[in-house]
Design a protein around this ligand. Structure first.
Ligand code: ADP
Ligand code: GLC
Length: 474
């Protein structure tokens, strides 16, 4: 079974969020069970400087709208054998900012062209017109950045069966309608039964409409998006397609996130030998200039700072939490207002609260290991990974009752699920967690229950493999 996995980000080469974790781990897990899964990524700086053993496999002399485009083949990392095709087009991809935004956080004005190109190459490689010898049976697309691929493929006359995975409906890739023709899309697709969305061109809707099968990254999210409000305008189409929409829960990379062998930590521990976690807490408190205090419950949060994540609720209850005697670490970046409010909270409580504004992978591991309680009060969460990392690290998560959080946290057993999506709802869950924390044997029991969960990718990989087989069989 050959699968082309088209994605705008993949760990360890390029990451803004969970999609990169998934794209970095799922193809490897699929290969582990015999699926020949290969990635397709844009040639950003970090991809070209990080991918191993690059060689040119294709040169398109004059792709309409773009000119010369090169395709490289490489390997994702040195230790894993995951082939990756890279769209080498410096004009669009080699930029100083992030993959979607410039250094000051503004979307690149030519994102439609940038991800139109990624989608177009994905479709070409999945079609009978592909100049490559390697021909996938399945084209697996991820989020709006690859949403046009199933449409291009359909209008090229078909080829591989296509799967569109929804990681987050909040990002839809909606652009001006006058881009339809320049991007090489037929006018006939610009209608409700197609890629038109309220008079504009929607990349995501294209994928949701033209892909042969849809998946969402958790069973609960697959249900939630068929209604308002989480359908985010696309609930009608998704409900209409419910017979070809399944929820497949993400896994986590159990090797990368393993407290007994985590190279980012100065101490190691496991469910059987949990003592090292105390040392991780001390070191973390020291590193972040918090009072080194074993008894104070240490709360951690690691997140993109966007309204989705409910950080505003954490900021509303933050003073009360500190007054109670707890400590709080906030790690993340995003909305300027949230960053500012997080900094202010930390400034009000020296030695008790820390705000680290930025992206820091090593620190994210140290917070997962050193904290007692992890905060993830998301308003919506398609899957969420940190609540799973937390359980694996014996850090009890407090989560919103939504999406993948609901599917991976058992209230009162492996974590605490908020009864209401609000700051008071969060506070109630925090009170329950603090009461449990005070009861040492009960707390140890919860930590253990979390650490024993199996969130490995294998189960999900098998579900994707079964789906590929079904689609390939027609
Ligand atoms: P989302 O994809 O919506 O951002 P997920 O929970 O699926 O949410 O995945 C987020 C990933 O990004 C996790 O691996 C998390 O640890 C990581 N992450 C988010 N913000 C930061 C940060 N500031 N520093 C380091 N890692 C971060
Ligand atoms: C998205 C979602 C997150 C999910 C991730 C990977 O970014 O916001 O919930 O875990 O994709 O699927």
């Amino acid at each position: 079974m050959k699968v082309l996995f088209a994605t705008p980000e993949a760990r360890p080469l390029i990451k803004t969020g969970g999609l990169a974790d998934v794209s970095g781990a799922l193809p490897a897990a699929l290969r582990g069970i015999g699926v020949d899964c290969r990635l397709l990524l844009p040639g950003y700086h970090s991809v070209l400087s990080g991918a191993r053993e690059q060689r040119e496999v294709l040169r398109l002399a004059n792709l309409p709208g773009y000119g010369e485009v090169r395709l490289l083949e490489a390997r994702l990392t040195s230790d894993e054998d995951v082939p990756v095709y890279i769209v080498d087009y410096p004009y669009h991809y080699q930029r100083d900012g992030g993959p979607y935004q410039d250094a000051s956080g503004r979307d690149y004005p030519d994102n439609a062209w940038r991800f139109g190109l990624l989608s177009r190459i994905a479709a070409l490689l999945a079609s009978p017109l592909s100049p490559l010898d390697w021909r996938p049976r399945i084209l697996h697309c991820n989020d709006w950045q690859t949403g046009l691929a199933p449409a291009y493929l359909k209008f090229m006359g078909g080829g591989a069966a296509s799967v569109m995975t929804i990681h987050n409906l909040a990002y839809q890739g909606v652009f001006a309608p006058d881009l339809v023709a320049p991007l090489g899309l037929p006018r006939e697709g610009f209608r409700i039964e197609g890629f038109e969305y309220h008079g504009k061109l929607s990349f995501l809707k294209a994928g949701l409409y033209y892909a042969d099968w849809l998946t969402a990254v958790s069973p609960t999210y697959a249900e939630e998006i068929q209604r308002e409000p989480l359908g985010m305008g696309l609930q009608g189409l998704l409900a209409h397609r419910r017979e070809s929409l399944t929820g497949i829960l993400n896994g986590i990379d159990m090797a990368e996130w393993n407290p007994s062998s985590d190279l980012h930590l100065s101490c190691d521990y496991s469910a059987r030998a949990p003592a090292g976690k105390k040392r991780c807490k001390q070191v973390l408190q020291g590193d972040l200039n918090l009072e080194v205090n074993e008894e104070a419950p240490l709360f951690g949060l690691i997140s993109r700072f966007t309204p989705q994540k409910g950080l505003d609720w954490v900021l509303q209850v933050g003073d009360r939490l500190i007054a109670w005697g707890a400590q709080l670490i906030l790690l993340g970046k995003g909305d300027a207002e949230l960053e500012h409010a997080a900094r202010l909270l930390a400034a009000r409580h020296p030695g008790r609260a820390a705000a680290i504004i930025g992206y820091d992978e090593g620190l994210s591991h140290r917070v997962e290991a050193g904290a007692d309680i992890f905060l993830m009060p998301s308003r919506f969460e398609p899957c969420g990974l940190n609540q799973m990392y937390s359980q694996r690290y014996g850090t009890v998560p407090i989560v919103g009752a939504t999406g993948g959080l609901k599917d991976t946290v058992e209230d009162g057993v492996t974590g605490f699920v908020m009864s209401e999506p609000s700051a008071p709802g969060l506070w109630l869950a925090i009170e329950r967690a603090l009461a449990a924390y005070a009861d040492k044997p009960a707390w140890r029991h919860m930590m253990q229950a979390g650490m024993q969960q199996d969130f490995s990718w294998e189960r999900s990989a098998r579900q994707y493999a079964a789906l590929y087989e079904k689609l390939a069989a027609g």
